[in-house]
Design a protein around this ligand. Structure first.
Ligand code: PMV
Length: 329
Protein backbone atom coordinates (compact mmCIF):
# COMPACT_ATOMS: atom_id res chain seq x y z
CA UNK A 1 0.00 0.00 0.00
CA UNK A 2 1.35 3.45 -0.89
CA UNK A 3 -1.70 5.65 -1.32
CA UNK A 4 -5.33 5.33 -0.33
CA UNK A 5 -7.80 8.04 -1.32
CA UNK A 6 -11.45 8.81 -0.65
CA UNK A 7 -13.75 11.77 -1.17
CA UNK A 8 -16.93 12.48 0.81
CA UNK A 9 -19.43 15.30 1.21
CA UNK A 10 -21.65 16.43 4.07
CA UNK A 11 -23.95 19.32 4.85
CA UNK A 12 -23.98 21.46 7.99
CA UNK A 13 -26.89 21.18 10.39
CA UNK A 14 -28.84 23.74 12.35
CA UNK A 15 -29.60 22.80 15.93
CA UNK A 16 -33.24 23.23 16.95
CA UNK A 17 -32.37 22.15 20.50
CA UNK A 18 -28.73 23.09 21.10
CA UNK A 19 -25.65 21.29 22.31
CA UNK A 20 -23.71 23.63 24.61
CA UNK A 21 -21.33 22.21 27.20
CA UNK A 22 -19.60 18.85 27.66
CA UNK A 23 -19.32 16.34 30.49
CA UNK A 24 -16.02 14.84 31.58
CA UNK A 25 -12.93 14.91 29.40
CA UNK A 26 -13.52 17.62 26.75
CA UNK A 27 -11.41 15.64 24.26
CA UNK A 28 -14.23 13.08 24.02
CA UNK A 29 -16.87 15.74 23.31
CA UNK A 30 -19.56 14.04 25.38
CA UNK A 31 -22.50 16.44 25.33
CA UNK A 32 -24.08 17.56 28.60
CA UNK A 33 -27.51 16.84 27.03
CA UNK A 34 -29.22 15.49 23.93
CA UNK A 35 -29.72 17.89 21.04
CA UNK A 36 -31.91 17.93 17.90
CA UNK A 37 -30.99 19.33 14.50
CA UNK A 38 -31.91 19.61 10.87
CA UNK A 39 -29.27 18.62 8.29
CA UNK A 40 -29.13 21.18 5.50
CA UNK A 41 -29.09 20.81 1.75
CA UNK A 42 -27.61 23.34 -0.66
CA UNK A 43 -24.68 24.14 1.65
CA UNK A 44 -21.93 21.53 1.63
CA UNK A 45 -18.34 20.62 2.42
CA UNK A 46 -16.44 18.17 0.28
CA UNK A 47 -13.34 16.52 1.69
CA UNK A 48 -10.69 14.50 -0.09
CA UNK A 49 -8.25 12.46 2.00
CA UNK A 50 -5.12 10.81 0.67
CA UNK A 51 -3.03 8.66 2.99
CA UNK A 52 0.43 8.40 1.49
CA UNK A 53 3.47 6.73 3.05
CA UNK A 54 5.80 9.15 1.25
CA UNK A 55 4.31 12.23 2.99
CA UNK A 56 6.44 13.73 5.78
CA UNK A 57 3.50 15.27 7.68
CA UNK A 58 -0.25 15.78 7.50
CA UNK A 59 -1.39 18.75 5.43
CA UNK A 60 -4.70 20.60 5.17
CA UNK A 61 -6.00 22.88 2.48
CA UNK A 62 -9.30 24.73 2.98
CA UNK A 63 -10.81 26.30 -0.12
CA UNK A 64 -7.36 26.20 -1.78
CA UNK A 65 -5.62 27.95 1.16
CA UNK A 66 -3.02 26.02 3.15
CA UNK A 67 -4.13 25.73 6.77
CA UNK A 68 -1.61 25.59 9.62
CA UNK A 69 -1.65 26.05 13.41
CA UNK A 70 -4.66 24.96 15.48
CA UNK A 71 -6.79 24.09 12.42
CA UNK A 72 -4.18 21.65 11.13
CA UNK A 73 -3.49 20.32 14.65
CA UNK A 74 -7.21 19.57 15.14
CA UNK A 75 -7.36 17.71 11.82
CA UNK A 76 -4.18 15.77 12.63
CA UNK A 77 -5.51 14.77 16.05
CA UNK A 78 -8.65 13.48 14.34
CA UNK A 79 -6.58 11.59 11.75
CA UNK A 80 -4.63 10.02 14.63
CA UNK A 81 -7.87 8.42 15.88
CA UNK A 82 -8.52 6.98 12.41
CA UNK A 83 -4.90 5.83 12.02
CA UNK A 84 -4.86 4.09 15.37
CA UNK A 85 -8.11 2.23 14.59
CA UNK A 86 -6.86 1.20 11.14
CA UNK A 87 -3.31 0.37 12.26
CA UNK A 88 -2.00 2.87 9.74
CA UNK A 89 1.17 4.96 10.00
CA UNK A 90 0.92 7.07 6.82
CA UNK A 91 0.41 10.81 6.93
CA UNK A 92 -2.48 12.32 4.99
CA UNK A 93 -3.17 15.20 2.64
CA UNK A 94 -6.65 16.62 3.32
CA UNK A 95 -8.37 18.96 0.89
CA UNK A 96 -11.59 20.70 1.93
CA UNK A 97 -13.92 22.69 -0.32
CA UNK A 98 -16.91 24.51 1.10
CA UNK A 99 -19.61 26.58 -0.60
CA UNK A 100 -20.49 28.65 2.49
CA UNK A 101 -18.42 30.91 4.79
CA UNK A 102 -16.61 29.05 7.57
CA UNK A 103 -16.69 30.32 11.16
CA UNK A 104 -19.65 32.70 10.81
CA UNK A 105 -22.15 30.79 12.90
CA UNK A 106 -23.02 28.21 10.29
CA UNK A 107 -21.88 24.86 11.64
CA UNK A 108 -18.97 24.55 9.22
CA UNK A 109 -17.12 22.18 11.55
CA UNK A 110 -20.13 19.85 11.59
CA UNK A 111 -20.07 19.45 7.81
CA UNK A 112 -16.27 19.25 7.73
CA UNK A 113 -15.85 16.55 10.39
CA UNK A 114 -18.80 14.49 9.13
CA UNK A 115 -17.25 14.46 5.64
CA UNK A 116 -13.76 13.90 7.08
CA UNK A 117 -14.93 10.97 9.23
CA UNK A 118 -16.38 9.28 6.17
CA UNK A 119 -13.53 10.06 3.76
CA UNK A 120 -10.68 9.35 6.20
CA UNK A 121 -12.14 6.11 7.57
CA UNK A 122 -12.80 4.85 4.05
CA UNK A 123 -9.37 5.85 2.77
CA UNK A 124 -7.83 4.07 5.79
CA UNK A 125 -9.65 0.87 4.85
CA UNK A 126 -12.23 0.99 7.68
CA UNK A 127 -15.84 0.22 6.81
CA UNK A 128 -17.84 1.85 9.60
CA UNK A 129 -21.58 1.62 10.21
CA UNK A 130 -23.51 4.92 10.47
CA UNK A 131 -23.53 4.82 14.32
CA UNK A 132 -19.77 4.18 14.31
CA UNK A 133 -19.25 7.05 11.86
CA UNK A 134 -21.42 9.29 14.01
CA UNK A 135 -19.31 8.54 17.10
CA UNK A 136 -16.10 9.10 15.12
CA UNK A 137 -17.33 12.42 13.65
CA UNK A 138 -18.24 13.53 17.20
CA UNK A 139 -14.56 13.39 18.18
CA UNK A 140 -13.80 16.14 15.61
CA UNK A 141 -16.76 18.37 16.44
CA UNK A 142 -19.72 17.39 18.61
CA UNK A 143 -22.38 18.61 16.20
CA UNK A 144 -20.69 16.67 13.34
CA UNK A 145 -22.17 13.44 14.74
CA UNK A 146 -25.60 14.75 13.64
CA UNK A 147 -24.52 15.56 10.05
CA UNK A 148 -23.84 11.87 9.36
CA UNK A 149 -27.62 11.55 9.01
CA UNK A 150 -30.03 13.52 6.83
CA UNK A 151 -33.23 15.25 7.84
CA UNK A 152 -34.19 15.68 11.49
CA UNK A 153 -31.66 14.11 13.84
CA UNK A 154 -31.22 13.64 17.58
CA UNK A 155 -27.84 13.26 19.26
CA UNK A 156 -28.26 10.94 22.22
CA UNK A 157 -25.73 12.30 24.68
CA UNK A 158 -25.13 8.84 26.17
CA UNK A 159 -23.03 8.05 29.20
CA UNK A 160 -19.73 7.42 27.37
CA UNK A 161 -17.68 7.43 24.17
CA UNK A 162 -19.22 4.14 23.01
CA UNK A 163 -22.81 5.35 23.26
CA UNK A 164 -22.74 9.07 22.48
CA UNK A 165 -24.04 9.16 18.91
CA UNK A 166 -26.77 10.61 16.72
CA UNK A 167 -29.80 8.84 15.36
CA UNK A 168 -32.29 9.88 12.68
CA UNK A 169 -35.71 11.12 13.83
CA UNK A 170 -37.45 11.95 10.54
CA UNK A 171 -36.20 11.89 6.92
CA UNK A 172 -35.67 15.18 4.99
CA UNK A 173 -38.98 14.82 3.13
CA UNK A 174 -40.94 14.66 6.41
CA UNK A 175 -41.30 18.47 6.51
CA UNK A 176 -40.18 20.96 3.92
CA UNK A 177 -38.91 23.66 6.28
CA UNK A 178 -36.61 26.26 4.79
CA UNK A 179 -33.62 27.68 6.65
CA UNK A 180 -32.87 31.22 5.50
CA UNK A 181 -29.51 32.18 6.97
CA UNK A 182 -29.22 35.94 7.39
CA UNK A 183 -25.46 36.25 7.10
CA UNK A 184 -24.05 38.91 9.41
CA UNK A 185 -20.26 39.20 9.30
CA UNK A 186 -18.28 36.55 7.49
CA UNK A 187 -15.19 37.02 9.66
CA UNK A 188 -14.03 34.07 11.76
CA UNK A 189 -15.76 34.19 15.16
CA UNK A 190 -13.58 35.38 18.08
CA UNK A 191 -14.34 32.47 20.43
CA UNK A 192 -14.94 29.15 18.75
CA UNK A 193 -17.42 26.60 20.06
CA UNK A 194 -14.73 24.25 21.43
CA UNK A 195 -13.63 27.01 23.84
CA UNK A 196 -17.24 28.04 24.38
CA UNK A 197 -18.31 24.58 25.57
CA UNK A 198 -15.58 24.73 28.22
CA UNK A 199 -17.04 28.01 29.55
CA UNK A 200 -20.67 26.82 29.74
CA UNK A 201 -20.23 25.44 33.28
CA UNK A 202 -19.07 28.86 34.53
CA UNK A 203 -22.55 30.28 33.96
CA UNK A 204 -24.92 30.04 36.95
CA UNK A 205 -27.69 29.47 34.38
CA UNK A 206 -26.25 26.32 32.78
CA UNK A 207 -27.62 23.91 35.42
CA UNK A 208 -31.12 25.39 35.10
CA UNK A 209 -30.88 25.17 31.32
CA UNK A 210 -29.84 21.51 31.44
CA UNK A 211 -32.53 20.65 34.01
CA UNK A 212 -35.17 22.00 31.59
CA UNK A 213 -33.69 20.40 28.43
CA UNK A 214 -35.71 17.12 28.56
CA UNK A 215 -38.90 19.21 28.39
CA UNK A 216 -37.72 21.17 25.37
CA UNK A 217 -36.55 18.00 23.62
CA UNK A 218 -39.96 16.38 24.15
CA UNK A 219 -41.84 19.43 22.82
CA UNK A 220 -39.50 19.65 19.82
CA UNK A 221 -39.89 15.94 18.91
CA UNK A 222 -43.65 16.30 19.18
CA UNK A 223 -43.82 19.51 17.14
CA UNK A 224 -41.71 17.86 14.43
CA UNK A 225 -43.82 14.71 14.43
CA UNK A 226 -47.05 16.75 14.06
CA UNK A 227 -45.46 19.36 11.78
CA UNK A 228 -46.80 21.97 14.21
CA UNK A 229 -44.97 25.16 13.26
CA UNK A 230 -46.24 27.38 16.09
CA UNK A 231 -45.12 24.85 18.71
CA UNK A 232 -41.77 24.35 16.99
CA UNK A 233 -41.17 28.11 16.71
CA UNK A 234 -41.80 28.63 20.43
CA UNK A 235 -39.46 25.87 21.59
CA UNK A 236 -36.70 26.64 19.05
CA UNK A 237 -36.59 30.31 20.08
CA UNK A 238 -36.74 29.47 23.77
CA UNK A 239 -33.88 27.00 23.40
CA UNK A 240 -31.68 29.41 21.44
CA UNK A 241 -32.35 32.18 23.97
CA UNK A 242 -31.49 29.84 26.85
CA UNK A 243 -28.16 28.94 25.23
CA UNK A 244 -27.33 32.61 24.60
CA UNK A 245 -28.33 33.42 28.19
CA UNK A 246 -25.69 30.90 29.30
CA UNK A 247 -23.15 32.38 26.88
CA UNK A 248 -23.85 35.94 28.11
CA UNK A 249 -23.45 34.92 31.75
CA UNK A 250 -20.27 32.81 31.35
CA UNK A 251 -16.90 33.97 32.71
CA UNK A 252 -15.72 35.58 30.54
CA UNK A 253 -19.06 36.40 28.87
CA UNK A 254 -19.56 35.38 25.25
CA UNK A 255 -21.47 37.91 23.19
CA UNK A 256 -22.00 36.63 19.67
CA UNK A 257 -24.78 39.02 18.73
CA UNK A 258 -24.25 42.15 16.65
CA UNK A 259 -26.79 44.97 16.13
CA UNK A 260 -27.99 43.34 12.91
CA UNK A 261 -28.58 40.07 14.82
CA UNK A 262 -31.09 41.83 17.07
CA UNK A 263 -32.63 43.66 14.11
CA UNK A 264 -33.31 40.32 12.38
CA UNK A 265 -34.82 38.80 15.55
CA UNK A 266 -37.06 41.87 15.77
CA UNK A 267 -38.11 41.69 12.14
CA UNK A 268 -38.95 38.00 12.43
CA UNK A 269 -41.17 38.51 15.48
CA UNK A 270 -42.99 41.28 13.61
CA UNK A 271 -43.50 38.99 10.62
CA UNK A 272 -44.80 36.23 12.90
CA UNK A 273 -47.29 38.60 14.52
CA UNK A 274 -48.49 39.33 10.96
CA UNK A 275 -49.16 35.62 10.45
CA UNK A 276 -45.98 34.53 8.64
CA UNK A 277 -44.68 31.11 9.78
CA UNK A 278 -41.08 32.00 10.63
CA UNK A 279 -38.84 31.76 13.70
CA UNK A 280 -35.18 32.37 14.57
CA UNK A 281 -32.32 30.42 16.05
CA UNK A 282 -28.72 31.56 16.51
CA UNK A 283 -25.58 29.44 16.91
CA UNK A 284 -22.15 30.60 18.09
CA UNK A 285 -21.95 33.56 15.73
CA UNK A 286 -23.86 36.68 14.72
CA UNK A 287 -25.77 35.15 11.79
CA UNK A 288 -29.43 34.30 12.29
CA UNK A 289 -31.08 31.13 11.00
CA UNK A 290 -34.68 31.89 10.08
CA UNK A 291 -36.78 28.75 9.78
CA UNK A 292 -39.92 29.15 7.74
CA UNK A 293 -42.53 27.34 5.72
CA UNK A 294 -41.56 26.88 2.06
CA UNK A 295 -44.56 28.98 0.97
CA UNK A 296 -43.29 31.99 2.94
CA UNK A 297 -39.59 31.70 2.03
CA UNK A 298 -39.55 34.27 -0.82
CA UNK A 299 -41.28 36.94 1.26
CA UNK A 300 -39.10 36.33 4.33
CA UNK A 301 -35.89 36.27 2.30
CA UNK A 302 -36.75 39.59 0.64
CA UNK A 303 -37.48 41.17 4.04
CA UNK A 304 -34.23 39.85 5.58
CA UNK A 305 -32.16 41.24 2.69
CA UNK A 306 -33.40 44.75 3.57
CA UNK A 307 -31.99 44.67 7.11
CA UNK A 308 -28.95 46.89 7.64
CA UNK A 309 -25.93 44.67 8.31
CA UNK A 310 -27.28 41.55 6.60
CA UNK A 311 -24.65 40.75 3.96
CA UNK A 312 -26.71 38.16 2.14
CA UNK A 313 -29.30 35.49 2.71
CA UNK A 314 -28.43 31.83 2.15
CA UNK A 315 -31.23 29.35 1.55
CA UNK A 316 -31.19 25.71 2.58
CA UNK A 317 -33.76 22.96 2.80
CA UNK A 318 -33.69 19.64 4.66
CA UNK A 319 -30.85 17.58 3.22
CA UNK A 320 -29.27 14.14 3.10
CA UNK A 321 -26.57 12.81 5.39
CA UNK A 322 -22.87 12.41 4.68
CA UNK A 323 -22.11 10.52 1.47
CA UNK A 324 -19.10 8.89 -0.09
CA UNK A 325 -18.30 10.33 -3.53
CA UNK A 326 -15.27 8.30 -4.56
CA UNK A 327 -12.89 5.80 -3.06
CA UNK A 328 -9.65 4.28 -4.30
CA UNK A 329 -7.74 1.97 -2.04
O1 PMV B 1 -20.02 21.01 17.40
P1 PMV B 1 -19.50 22.26 17.95
O2 PMV B 1 -18.42 22.03 18.97
O3 PMV B 1 -19.07 23.22 16.88
O4 PMV B 1 -20.67 22.98 18.78
C1 PMV B 1 -21.88 23.39 18.19
C2 PMV B 1 -22.52 24.41 19.06
C3 PMV B 1 -23.76 25.06 18.49
O5 PMV B 1 -23.69 25.17 17.09
C4 PMV B 1 -23.87 26.47 19.08
C5 PMV B 1 -25.01 24.30 18.91
C6 PMV B 1 -25.29 23.01 18.17
O6 PMV B 1 -25.90 22.13 18.80
O7 PMV B 1 -24.96 22.88 16.98
Amino acid sequence: MTTRTARAAAGPNIALIKYWGNRGDPVLRLAASNSISLTLDGLWTEIRVRFDETLQADSLSVNDQTATGPQLARTSAFLDIVRSRAGLQAHAAVDSQTNFPVGAGIASSAAAFAALALAASHAAGLRLTPPELSRLARRGSGSACRSIYGGFVEWIAGPDDETSQAEPLFPPEHWELIDLVALIGEAHKPVGSTEGHALAGTSPLQDARLAHTPQRLAVCRDALRLRDFARLAAVVELDSNMMHAVMLTSSPPLVYWQPATVAVVDLVSTLRRQGVAVCTTIDAGPSVHCLCAAADAEQVSAALSQVDGVLRVLRASPGAGARLLQAQT
